[in-house]
Design a protein around this ligand. Structure first.
Ligand code: ATP
Length: 497
């Protein structure tokens, strides 16, 4: 590929006036859509507008939830007061869970009374333990196989939830198993035959086992949890989720829905067949944690790679997650970082499960300081060491933004997010600022450093693009010789990321 011609960045004033124009147009459009005047150009996702309206509704509930939580908080501020079984208390102590987080303080008491729960709390605020503790406490008094099933939208999150159940329930001898795509079906069938108490699964593979694994059924299930529930109730998980919900009994079953961004679309929630759920909303719909500093950088056209490398230089030695919108960008940027001697690894859906697990393990172990990922890593992943989240591509919906930046500043720690905004992203960032209810401050940038880096980065990027093109041609040639067998297997993993 010929050397990429880097478009001369627009002059500062041009960019500023362009940004102002786009901002003005976007605000007018938002106003006209909200008031029903003028012709909506369809660029707004109607769903999102509706969700935002409903979000305000949930905010009001959130306020009442907050008030309820304040009352709740005064009721107990240690797990011991919750009258949990001693083994569970011991596990909380071992994990240094000295004080329940607000969502745990709000959700665990009604959960221990057997109520259905809709839990809404910011990212990194302990929602997993908020549902795991009441389930384990109840399991202690009623030990039976296939007792609880937790569904999650991604394989990595399912594995992480399993680890939380293992660390909380290990002393009690709880048996858990993780049922996700990309792993061997026979091994999983064998694990299921060992009658685990808790199954943590992605919907696609769970459905496959419910349909094909003899002796496995969820007819006696006592607890169903949907973590990142709004994501699971989205369209693309819809068909698989509906089939699962048809098989699982509602009678005698307790249901929990948890997320940092909840849908309040009643029809969606009804599909999860909740019975008089207790709403524990300790945050508003799009609230991020106070310890998270969120900024943005306006990037002139064609300079995004240079700005990213500039930031990685600035934050050398920090642990960084870079989010991209596409798998191709994740692969390209990870390769570019390594070519420029940063220590990066990629995580996206085109990798096989071993590669995905390997990438995450390298990053968690600190053997790679940069994880370049698509939204497969946006929700739920709990990696305490993450210092900074960089949005290389701005997410197309505000929920993804909330979950992405929530990969840092978890459990009370501080963190920072920086979003790279090109002239094509201005409307997206406006909508994000609107749901956050504030404007994101601009990062300062050393223009001299950018100009000094630009040619090197562009040249390296050109080499990476050529190398990746070569690899994909080789892979396509190899793929032609492969039987259709693998294709049928891949279809088994529908309905999960
Ligand atoms: N009571 C507690 N005290 C201290 N740390 C806690 C407590 N409860 C949970 N944690 C820790 O907080 C971190 C975040 O927990 P968790 O991953 O459950 O957050 P979350 O709310 O599910 O986040 P997300 O919305 O991103 O999924 C974990 O490392 C967990 O071990």
């Amino acid at each position: 590929m010929a050397n990429k011609v880097v478009k001369k960045p627009s002059s500062k004033s041009e960019l500023k006036s362009l940004a102002e124009k786009i901002r003005q147009r976007a605000l007018e459009r938002q106003h006209s859509t909200a008031t029903g005047e003028g012709d909506s150009d369809g660029s707004h996702d109607e769903d999102e507008i509706e969700e935002e309206e409903e979000g305000r509704e949930l905010e009001r509930q959130g306020d009442s939830g907050k008030q309820a939580e304040e009352e709740e908080e005064s009721q107990f501020d240690s797990f011991a007061e919750l009258k949990l079984v001693p083994e569970l208390l011991e596990a909380c102590e071992n994990l240094k869970f000295t004080k329940p987080t607000p969502i745990q303080a709000a959700a665990i008491p009604p959960a221990l009374e057997g109520k259905d729960i809709i839990g809404l709390a910011q990212t990194g605020s302990g929602k997993t333990a908020a549902f795991a503790i009441p389930i384990l406490n109840s399991l202690w008094h009623d030990q039976q196989p296939y007792y609880a099933c937790v569904m999650a939208p991604t394989r990595e999150l399912a594995q992480q939830i399993k680890e939380t159940f293992d660390s909380l329930g290990g002393v009690m001898g709880v048996r858990t198993t993780c049922i996700v795509g990309g792993m061997n079906m026979i091994d999983q069938a064998r694990d299921l035959m060992r009658k685990p108490h808790i199954i943590i699964a992605t919907p696609g593979r769970l459905m496959d086992h419910l349909e094909n694994t003899k002796g496995f059924s969820l007819r006696k299930l006592r607890y169903l949890v949907m973590d990142e529930a709004d994501r699971l109730l989205d369209m693309e998980f819809g068909p698989v989720l509906d089939r699962i919900l048809k098989i699982i009994p509602t009678q005698g079953r307790t249901t929990y829905l948890f997320s940092a961004t909840m849908t309040s679309k009643i029809d969606k929630l009804q599909r999860a067949s909740l019975t008089n759920p207790v709403k524990c909303a300790v945050s508003t719909k799009y609230q991020t944690v106070e310890t998270l500093i969120q900024t943005l950088m306006v990037v002139p056209g064609g300079l995004k790679n240079t700005f990213l490398i500039y930031l990685l230089n600035e934050y050398l030695g920090k642990t960084v997650i870079v989010f991209t919108r596409t798998k191709a960008n994740a692969e390209r940027i990870s390769t570019l970082c390594n070519l420029l001697e940063f220590s990066a690894t990629a995580l996206h859906g085109d990798l096989n499960q071993n590669q995905r697990t390997g990438a995450l393990d390298l990053f968690k172990a600190g053997r790679r300081s940069i994880l370049v990922a698509t939204d497969v890593a946006a929700r739920g992943l709990d990696i305490p060491s993450v210092d900074i989240v960089i949005n290389y591509d701005i997410p197309v919906d505000s929920k993804s933004y909330i979950h992405r930046v929530g990969r840092t500043a978890r459990a009370g720690r501080s963190g920072k997010s920086i979003s790279l905004v090109s002239q094509y992203d201005l409307e997206l960032i406006l909508r994000i600022e609107d749901v956050l209810g504030r404007k994101l401050p601009k990062e300062s940038v050393d223009k001299g450093a950018i100009l000094a880096l630009r040619d090197t980065v562009d040249k390296a990027n050109g080499e990476v693009v050529m190398e990746l093109n070569r690899r994909s041609k080789e892979k396509a040639a190899r793929g032609k010789g492969r039987s259709g067998r693998m294709k049928s297997r891949d279809n088994m993993d529908r309905g999960e990321e």
